[in-house]
Design a protein around this ligand. Structure first.
Ligand code: FAD
Ligand code: FES
Ligand code: FES
Length: 1269
């Protein structure tokens, strides 16, 4: 611990005090500095409403509201804070509110809670507390925010279930007048109560101050210092050893660079130091410890007050608003950001870009020096112990032109591909540069900061001269040499982006001097506040089925009272476990050495395959063995090699990284389908090919044939609740609490590995925090490992995967490759369709889905001959698994891509070609009618013309429009679910336990509606209990949109059985009330409980088609590859929906998940090691609330009572995922127009996902196209 003992003599050992929900809390030496606020809230205070998911500041589930006195201004502020990043020792003087403080079902809900529930803004509910606390923080600071402010406020909150629309609607209803909660949107007045009406009182503003003294805390794993001024900070810095200390400002840095503090033992909290948090307006100086959020407000104010010298700071503020997300900006500081850039040169720091461009200077002090330097000079400082005290902004005259741009993979909460800043000085009225311009870029490479050669070349040049522009672009092209880092984007893309942004800067500078079609290159894409419409009809005579009702659990989810597996109170003597993963694919294990990990205090033991006496296999019900812990062969990086068990979770995770694994026989991993199909031994046929007619003959006779390839990427499900299991040894075996969609398989696997009978395994599931198919088979491994540990140590064990482990270890959606040849005759009719469809099943063929793909490829169209061949390929990646609409999504998309290809090559309108090839068979009437309806209601033909006109008039912005039909064949596959209904004699209330799993899809709500309807009672009389292996044995998995329907069906039959039992009594009584009937049945000894083992075939459930069509319009920024989904209209056939609001949620959520698959979600592996590169929320981007269609219209089409479904309904969980491909096809249309302008072939292979990078590369803009006239 170095010399720091002497500090203990200077200050008395302290405590940190803060309040949580009004209660004073005190922490001190018992609290290690690594302890995060979220752990303290959840584990010490048992406030489990605050959730933990990514632990990286990337998802917002952990957000709480914090009020404190800003040391710089002395004013109270309220901010949303990521409790997963905040160290609890840095909360001195804070007033923290968690979701529990706002309200509860018992005490009454806060308007934010009840409104989110009323708008059906929850599905799995895992994101809900974080969403509410974010907006709560905003409303505490700003009593009458605009809709736009509210929409933007959840830029850091991920919801994977709802598609955001209902969440945004709920929160936007708080826009407007202070004091009322609903004035923004007149349509919502009935739903949202006024704050006064429910007697809710705003919690008191901060009256709790931090300790004015210097705080020093000695703990078992490190020392905490909280100096109260700069002088004391420098004294502390003198004492701590160089390599083992860190300054703690907002503590968001570890959200990006997680291992930065692995060895740190001295933590110096700088948040109380007034010198670092003060600012001056003129001359403009910001303390290094000022948060990005506060900097934005100051910069805006100064720009308004002193436009003649600081006018440019408005634009700096605008750019800073694109940094991270609201919660990170709320605590993350300017200095912390710059220091991250100094330590990690490749960090694409927006703060650095801005400060370097405008020519800011930084004042840096250390215990021995004080310097003033430029941001780029700061990066060169080699010594540690430097403190950024303040940043000075220069006054820039009106001759200076400043612009900056950030291009990233998602609209918000994403680091830049490239962050660029430009500053040029010209004589007023001319474009002649007075000096060298500043051209600053981050994201290109660690070394390149400024394009110095190009800066020199431009000195005193005329920017309106095409020749000057051409040579500058050329110079940038040769000067910019991007890092070949595999985590970064394509080098050609980055070079192109730098050139395009410079061109944009010049166009901006020239203003009206450039023709109007080129001016489309000036502005980034604009996006308004989003708006959604949902249309469906209901029949009140059927209520409570077909009634739009609030989800049963919505209020508990919004109040944080809904319990997830990880929220269970800690069991007596509980241990924690963490997987040890391989870091190399395709090799053998040479040795595994856990000794360093075992030495860590708190570690209890290490387990490996040697600890498994039974079958080391968690896929016993599948043909391919999948080992729980690797024995010898390591198939993929991320494969579990062992399990670390410790007294607490942080120690278990830390220790798991200390296990040394050596590998031998390392061979190059096969990571893509293109590679895999070169190895015949890796390919297996999966299911029967579909062969109809003679394809070869038809192709030969075709007027036109096209052939090509189409690839579709993988998708990580991003369920916010990561895989988790708790195993508790019990007198009668083991109680297993596992987040699984398939209790039966977990029970089977655990019994088998423990060598016990199934009766000894008790499994109970209340709800899942999202699943999307990834919790069908994969939890078997988690449960097996967890149960093995609890057996070995004979103690309860909790095993929850952190996000990185979850992403690296668990398989994902299967990537696909299609190779096709297709023909049409002279009327445009499909002749022969030949497609080889390969799916990448990962390291086992267990969950291939190419069979579903071939089936779905031919569902919308007729052809004279088909030959569709499904094959599964093995790669050195985790065994891939079922993700929402598996295989069906890809099969449908493959055929839609082919239709686009045919339309392009034959010069036909894609919609006309599609309509022409939809079978004439009357069974397709619904599809034709839906398309007709959609075409009319969304004014397709008018829009098409408008898009054409727009594209003609704009060189650098293009629009695309695409209408795609969907035919989703739904089947039940002999599913079995057990439903048990118990009626209580004293009040007639009813408890139901069904065999399905509630994971956000609303199964409990639908079952409740059906039971209430069938028994003739109100929904309030019915309660749905957790699913468990005792009451609901032998259940099928919940997935494929079958669970809700099958359990509703079984519940219906169970009710009918119950009524049958009660019938003799009912007949005796004259019109009894429900309670009278129940009471008399009890008196007469009638069984008040009934069950039904549902079996889809025996119960008469018959497969059916679900029809839909979607129309999507996009706008593309040709220069950068960014895009905006302007509108998306989807009409889907739902039959007689059992629960329309729940079904709207399913449809919208599925659509947005599909949209993510086709746009921002990208999975890449390291070519050498096979390690997953996109293994965090920093790299992997699911859609945010700002990525959904700006206008979204969902309409239900009722094709009439569906005889095959339950009570006339149709499934809704998956078909809309297929609609996501319309974004890809619309983007293709837009890109075609850009390519046309550049005289490029308009057909090109355009795979999914269409990332910003892929779109820009697709547009193929060359510098020779960058004209000024
Ligand atoms: C989810 C997420 C998204 C992000 N997105 C972006 C983005 O889009 N663009 C972007 O530019 N950044 C982004 N960031 C980075 C973010 O801006 C930084 O994490 C933040 O600014 C760091 O500030 P901090 O106060 O939290 O630093 P801390 O985490 O407290 O400290 C970080 C480092 O800075 C040092 N330090 C702290 N204060 C000082 C000081 N006064 N003088 C010298 N060194 C100091 C510490 O010793 C430590 O090494 C993102 C971060 C997260 C978590
Ligand atoms: S858990 Fe804190 S942001 Fe994800
Ligand atoms: S409801 Fe938002 S993540 Fe599930």
């Amino acid at each position: 611990m170095g010399n720091s003992e002497s500090i203990a003599t200077r200050v008395t050992e302290g405590k940190v005090r803060f309040t949580v929900n009004g209660k004073v809390c005190e922490v001190g030496s018992e609290t290690p500095p690594e302890t995060k606020l979220v752990s303290y809230l959840r584990e010490t205070l048992l406030l489990t409403g605050t959730k933990l998911s990514c632990g990286e500041g990337g998802c917002g589930t952990c957000i709480v509201t914090v009020s404190y006195l800003n040391p710089g201004t002395g004013m109270p502020v309220t901010r949303p804070v990521n409790s997963c990043l905040t160290r609890v020792l840095s909360c001195d003087g804070w007033e923290i509110s968690t979701i529990e403080h706002l309200g509860s079902k018992r005490k009454g809900l806060h308007p934010l809670q009840s409104t989110l529930a009323a708008f059906n803004g929850t599905q799995c509910g895992f994101c809900s507390p974080g969403m509410i606390m974010t907006v709560n923080s905003v409303l505490r600071e700003n009593e009458s925010p605009s809709m736009e402010t509210l929409e933007k406020s959840i830029d850091g909150n991920i919801c994977r279930c709802t598609g955001y629309r209902p969440i945004l609607d709920a929160f936007k209803s708080f826009a407007g007048t202070p004091g009322t909660s609903c004035s923004g949107d007149p349509d919502t007045k009935d739903i949202v109560p006024d704050i006064e009406d429910i007697g809710w009182v705003c919690p008191q503003k901060n009256n709790f101050n931090p300790s004015p003294d210097e705080v020093y805390i000695e703990t078992s794993s490190g020392r905490w210092y909280s100096p109260n001024n700069l002088e004391n900070l420098l004294s502390v810095l003198k004492l701590v050893p160089e390599e083992y200390y860190t300054l703690v400002a907002g503590s968001t840095g570890p959200g990006v660079y997680k291992d930065d503090n692995f060895l740190v033992q001295h933590f110096i909290d700088v948040s109380k130091i007034v010198e670092l948090r003060s600012h001056a307006e003129s001359p403009l100086e910001l303390g290094g410890g000022i948060t990005i959020h506060d900097s934005i407000s100051i910069l805006r104010k100064v720009s308004r007050l002193y436009p003649e010298k600081y006018g440019y700071t408005e634009q700096v503020a605008e750019h800073l608003e694109k940094v991270a997300n609201l919660a990170v900006r709320s605590v993350g500081t300017l200095a912390g950001n710059l220091e991250l850039k100094r330590r990690h040169r490749s960090f694409p720091s927006d703060v650095f870009t801005l400060l370097e461009t405008v020519g800011a200077s930084i004042e840096v002090v250390s215990p021995t020096s004080k310097v003033s330097c430029s941001p780029s000079e700061y990066l060169e400082i080699q010594q540690s112990k430097q403190v950024i005290v303040k940043i000075r902004f220069p006054a820039l005259s009106e001759k200076c032109h400043f612009q900056s741009y950030k291009i990233s993979s998602r609209k918000v909460n994403a680091h830049a591909y490239i962050s660029a800043g430009f500053l040029a000085k010209t004589e007023p009225g001319t474009f002649m540069l007075l000096d060298k311009p500043n051209l600053v870029f981050t994201g290109v490479s660690g070394d390149l900061i400024r394009a110095v050669e190009t800066e020199k070349l431009l000195e005193n040049q005329d920017l309106s001269d095409q020749a000057v522009l051409d040579s500058a672009l050329k110079s940038l092209g040769s000067e910019i040499t991007p890092d070949p880092d595999p985590r970064s984007s394509d080098p050609a893309f980055r070079v192109g982006l730098v050139q395009a942004l410079f061109y944009r800067f010049v166009l901006n500078l020239l203003g009206d001097k450039v023709p109007s079609n080129l001016r489309s290159g000036v502005q980034p894409l604009q996006r308004g506040v989003s708006h959604g419409v949902q249309e469906f009809e209901t029949d009140p005579s059927l209520y409570p089925i077909n009634k739009p009702v609030q989800k049963l659990e919505a209020e508990s989810q919004c109040s944080g009272e809904a319990e997830y597996t990880g929220d269970k109170p800690v069991f007596h003597n509980q241990l924690y476990a963490a997987f040890v993963l391989s870091t190399q694919a395709n090799c053998d294990l040479e040795s595994v050495d856990p000794s360093a990990a075992l030495d860590l205090p708190g570690v209890v033991g290490f387990m490996s395959q040697e600890d498994i006496s039974g079958d080391n296999n968690f896929s016993q019900t599948k043909p391919w063995k999948e080992e729980i812990f690797a024995t010898k062969k390591v198939l993929y990086a991320g494969q579990a090699v062992g399990l670390l068990v410790a007294e607490n979770e942080e120690v278990a995770r830390k220790a798991s990284k200390l296990v040394k694994i050596s590998y031998t026989n390392i061979q190059e991993p096969v990571l893509t389908l293109q590679e895999a199909i070169k190895h015949p031994e890796k390919i297996e046929p999966t299911g029967d090919p579909i062969v109809e007619g003679d394809v070869e003959k038809e192709l030969k006779g075709s007027v036109k044939t096209v052939s090509g390839e189409f690839e579709i990427g993988s998708q990580y499900p991003f369920h916010l609740e990561t895989q988790i299991c708790i195993s508790v040894p019990k007198e009668d075996g083991f109680d297993i609490y596992c987040s699984t969609q398939d209790i039966d398989k977990v029970q089977t696997t655990v019994a088998s590995v423990l060598g016990v009978q199934l009766k000894d395994i008790n499994i109970s599931v209340k709800r899942l925090g999202g699943a999307f198919g990834a919790k069908i088979s994969r939890p078997n491994q988690i449960a097996a490992a967890c149960a093995l540990a609890s057996k070995k140590f004979n103690r309860p064990v909790k095993l929850q995967l952190d996000l990185k482990t979850n992403m690296e270890m668990i398989g994902k959606r299967l990537p696909f490759l299609a190779r096709y040849k297709v023909g049409v005759d002279d009327s445009g009719t499909l002749t022969g369709v030949q497609i080889n469809i390969f799916c990448d099943s990962g390291s086992s063929h267990n969950e291939f889905t190419a069979d579903a793909a071939v089936f779905f490829a031919k569902l919308c169209y007729q052809a004279k001959a088909w030959n569709l061949v499904p094959q599964s390929a093995l790669t050195n990646t985790p065994s891939n698994t079922y993700i929402r609409a598996p295989g069906t999504t890809q099969g449908h998309a493959i055929m839609e891509n082919i239709m686009e290809h045919l339309a392009a090559e034959t010069g036909t309108d894609p919609l006309e070609l599609r309509l022409h090839n939809i079978p004439e068979d009357p069974s397709y009437d619904s599809l034709r009618e839906i398309i007709k309806k959609l075409r009319e209601s969304s004014e397709y033909d008018l829009k098409k013309q408008q898009v054409l006109d727009f594209n003609q008039n704009n060189r650098w912005k293009k629009k695309g429009l695409s209408l795609v039909p969907i035919n989703y064949r739904h089947d039940y596959y002999g599913s079995r679910f057990n439903v048990l209904i118990s009626v209580y004699r004293r009040d007639g209330s009813v408890a139901v336990s069904h065999g399905g799993i509630e994971m956000g899809q609303g199964i409990n709500t639908k079952v409740c509606q059906v039971v209430a309807k069938e028994l003739g009672i109100s929904m309030e009389m019915v309660s749905i209990k957790p699913t468990d292996s005792f009451t609901n044995p032998n259940a099928s998995l919940t997935g494929g949109s079958m669970g809700s329907e099958c359990n509703c069906s079984a519940a219906l039959i169970a009710c009918q059985k119950l009524k049958e039992q009660m019938k003799p009594i009912a007949e005796k009584l004259k019109n009894p009330t429900w309670l009278e009937l129940v009471t008399e049945c009890y008196n007469q000894g009638v069984d008040l409980s009934a069950r039904h083992m549902g079996h889809s075939s025996k119960d008469g459930l018959i497969g059916y088609n679900i029809w839909a069509a979607v129309l999507t319009q996009v706008e593309v920024d040709v220069l950068t590859g960014e895009m905006n989904i302007e509108s998306c209209n989807l009409i889907e056939d739902t039959g007689t929906s059992i629960s329309p609001d729940v079904d709207v949620g399913q449809v919208e959520g599925g659509l947005i998940m599909g949209l993510g698959l086709w746009t921002s979600e990208q999975i890449r592996y390291d070519k050498k090691t096979g390690r997953l590169l996109d293994n965090s929320s920093w790299e992997y981007k699911v859609p945010s609330a700002m990525d959904i269609p700006e206008k979204m219209r969902i309409e239900f089409y009722n094709s009439g009572h569906n005889p095959g479904g339950v009570l006339g309904s149709k499934a809704t969980g998956e078909p809309s995922v297929l609609a996501g491909v319309s974004v890809l096809t619309a983007l293709r249309q837009a890109i075609r127009s850009a390519r046309q302008d550049s005289n490029l072939p308009t057909w090109f292979q355009f795979n999914g996902p269409a990332t910003v990078e892929a779109i820009k590369l697709g547009c193929s803009v060359d510098v020779k196209n960058m004209k000024l006239q």
